[in-house]
Design a protein around this ligand. Structure first.
Ligand code: ADP
Ligand code: MG
Length: 248
């Protein structure tokens, strides 16, 4: 992996977030280096989605700081739109536009948001569909594709914006088991190519083989972080041991 040594791309410092009385992010500190793949695991309700959403400011935070590529997250306007294009997000539910073709879905961001020329975007989009293995489906509509194919389109769509980082929030949780592998394969190849990734997942095989670091969250706190081999062999906290015993 061609990672610039320890150069931080995403930095969270003492981040706090409340939903009413609920303290969903509690003094969270996390630094993600360029080219690093961080897998976030933890029980349901521990704040994993909120953490992801905070990083591209789908969710404003109440205190602390988040910087991306050396800049504090912008709150609004063009700077925010730019941040969102630089930090791609892939959700559990693929969120494709149902009335647009696969190719149109992938082209939409660069053409509408970035005002790029459609001809150039089309070539790039077809290249990305090739890369995720669905170029032959380019003119179909999302409903004509399987869940695994739709999620690969969602990844191609995020890549079309040429992001500096990708956030994945349980990208395979809504898929039938036989389709999980094809999506994880695409993610694994992105990781190998040096994409900076934050991945919330329950796929421990992916965590073991593709992550540089595993972060364990519980009750809004970042409880433990370690290299995957170390984490799985030797979880330090009772909570992590308990969580692993339930899912492995
Ligand atoms: P996870 O992704 O780890 O399951 P979330 O980040 O989705 O956890 O949620 C953390 C906690 O915040 C949960 O208790 C959840 O119910 C709550 N929560 C999430 N989003 C909202 C919201 N928009 N309003 C109120 N509570 C929320
Ligand atoms: Mg979640």
């Amino acid at each position: 992996m061609d990672r610039v040594a320890d150069e931080a791309l995403i930095v969270l410092e003492k981040v706090n977030k409340w939903f009413g009385p609920l303290h969903v992010l509690q003094d969270v500190n996390l630094s993600v280096a360029r080219g690093e793949v961080v897998v976030v695991i933890g029980p349901s309700g521990s704040g994993k989605s909120t953490l992801c959403r905070a990083i591209n400011r789908l969710e404003p935070i109440d205190s602390g700081t988040i910087t991306f590529d050396g800049q504090p997250l912008p709150a609004e306007g063009r700077a925010l739109a730019r941040l969102r294009s630089e930090v791609g997000m892939v959700f559990q539910s693929f969120n494709l536009f149902a009335h647009k073709t696969i190719l149109q879905n992938v082209m939409l961001g660069p053409v509408k948001v970035r005002k790029e020329k459609p001809a150039a975007v089309r070539d790039r989009a077809m290249g990305l569909l090739e890369r995720v293995g669905i170029a032959s489906q380019a003119d179909k509509y999302p409903a004509q594709l399987s869940g695994g194919q739709q999620q690969r389109v969602a990844i191609a769509r995020a890549l079309a914006m040429q992001p500096k980082a990708l956030l994945f929030d349980e990208p395979t949780s809504a898929l039938d088991p036989e389709m999980v592998g094809e999506v994880l394969d695409v993610m694994t190849s992105l990781a190998a190519e040096g994409m900076t990734m934050v991945v919330v997942t329950h796929e421990m095989g992916f965590a073991r083989h593709a992550a540089n670091r595993v972060v364990f969250m519980a009750d809004g706190q970042l409880v433990e972080e370690a290299a995957p081999a170390e984490f799985f062999a030797n979880p330090k906290t009772e909570r992590a041991r308990d969580f692993l015993s339930k899912i492995l």
